[in-house]
Write a protein that binds this ligand. Structure first.
Ligand SMILES: NC(=O)c1ccc[n+]([C@@H]2O[C@H](COP(=O)([O-])OP(=O)(O)OC[C@H]3O[C@@H](n4cnc5c(N)ncnc54)[C@H](O)[C@@H]3O)[C@@H](O)[C@H]2O)c1
Length: 408
């Protein structure tokens, strides 16, 4: 059987060796070469996997070498990428099957999960590889499917959106939605390999690119320093070039390194006070009701958290203004008309249940400083909603999906 190359400094468990003991130092180990490779290792959790930059991914053997039988789950928005991978596997003599999923939030359903499990089981043998080629929603769905089939089929991920590239694809979480409850069913399941190629993102709409940038902004705000300076210098160029210039390489490397630094010690979220949850209070409201892209919801949420922190006196007004200005500079909204103080209070209540009984709300206390609050000051939040509304209506910007949401 073709195995994962062991010549590299980082040895990721290969498909044949799936479930082998994890050895070596815990942490995120970065190998800088022509492309970056991050190896995430946590012996206590039995988790080790690699995230590797693979420019020209469909002309090289990294995915083909993972297993001789592969099941490709392809996002409808990235069909041509899936077909390129299928062609490559065919050329390399790798047996493969294709499954197609309508990408986007609606695919994270029990129905789609069941359909995919059924279809893959028709062909699959234990230890076959499942490969997700798609955006964050498809990555979430496929991770759940791979984790469940025979209690775990090896998984590889090829992200095709900016959000999947810097966030959804590179951790260990997979999730489905139920009714109007977002991400309430799911798994912690590491891939063998995440193969990164920025070229796959190029065809994304401006809004989808911008949504990915909002996830990067979240990490830049948490980290501050060099990362924030790079964000302010490069984010406009990265959007203008659809992530195809050297600025995108720099900014995505900073984002991935920062994200993994936060994820690695807490892969299964035993600790519920997580700075990386910054900007995720309103995602259910803004994604599932307002139908915004995940990253756009994060951007609005970041704006509200900055406003709230300014009202409570934790964040200087100057820093709040910098955060709002950088979101607006990319043409992203800082406000949505569905937001009311009552809905924010409902979100705090729902989030508290998800975070173990207290709000555990990450709040920016400066550029590069986030504090996690157990409780939310209701009066200050009400004031923040009013102030942000005034500011947001002043901006008057609406995204495509906000227009669609209004018309719907
Ligand atoms: N598991 C995690 O840790 C984690 C982290 C962040 C986000 N997420 C999840 O990720 C999802 C958001 O991901 P997203 O922003 O990638 O959006 P998405 O997955 O919802 O995809 C949005 C649209 O982009 C299309 N698409 C995919 N690749 C494309 C390409 N190359 N060109 C053009 N269109 C393409 C899809 O078909 C879909 O229509 C949410 O469900 C969110 O909850 C998960």
């Amino acid at each position: 059987m073709a195995g994962f190359s062991l010549r590299r400094r980082f040895t990721t468990p290969d498909a044949a060796n799936f479930g082998a003991a994890v050895r070596g130092r815990d942490g995120v180990h970065l190998r800088r070469g022509a492309g970056y490779e991050w190896c995430v290792r946590h012996r206590g959790e039995g988790i080790q996997y690699s995230i590797r930059e693979l420019p020209g991914i469909f002309r090289r053997d990294d995915i083909a070498e993972l297993a001789p039988r592969q099941h490709l789950v392809i996002d409808s928005g990235a069909r041509h990428h899936g077909q390129s991978l299928a062609r490559l596997l065919g050329d390399r003599g790798v047996a493969h099957w294709e499954y197609h999923v309508d990408g986007g939030e609606s695919c994270k359903s029990a129905r789609e999960f069941e359909r995919l499990c059924h279809d893959i089981l028709v062909q699959a043998r234990r230890r076959d590889l499942v490969v997700a080629v798609g955006g964050g929603a498809v990555c979430d769905l496929v991770r759940c499917v791979a984790a469940w089939l025979w209690k775990g089929l090896p998984l590889a991920i090829v992200p095709t959106t900016a959000t999947a590239y810097v966030d959804a694809g590179i951790g260990v979480k997979g999730a489905l939605n139920r009714d109007d409850a977002k991400n309430c069913v799911g798994v912690y399941y590491p891939p063998l390999l995440v193969g990164l190629d920025l070229a796959l993102i190029e065809g994304c709409s401006r809004e989808l690119l911008c949504a990915g940038l909002m996830e990067i902004l979240k990490m830049a705000l948490i980290e501050g320093g060099r990362f924030w300076a790079a964000w302010e210098r490069l984010s406009g160029e990265v959007l203008a070039t659809s992530f195809q210039g050297p600025g995108a390489v720099d900014l995505t490397r900073l984002a991935i390194t920062a994200m993994l630094k936060h994820l690695q010690p807490n892969l299964r979220e035993h600790e519920l006070r997580r700075p990386v949850d910054l900007g995720h209070l309103l995602v259910r409201l803004l994604e599932m009701e307002a139908q915004l892209l995940h990253g756009m919801a994060v951007g609005i949420d970041l704006a509200l958290m900055a406003e709230y922190a300014a009202v409570t006196g934790q964040l200087a007004e100057e820093d709040r203004d910098r955060i709002h200005a950088t979101i607006r500079a990319l043409g992203a909204p800082i406000w949505h008309e569905l937001i009311t103080a009552e809905r924010v209070a409902d979100a705090v209540e729902a989030t508290s249940r998800q975070r173990g009984g207290t709000a555990n709300l990450p709040v920016p206390a400066g550029i590069g400083r986030v504090e996690v609050h157990e409780h939310v000051d209701g009066r200050a939040m009400r004031e923040a909603v009013l102030r942000l509304r005034a500011r947001g209506l002043g901006a008057g910007h609406l995204t495509d999906s906000q227009h669609a949401g209004r018309q719907g």
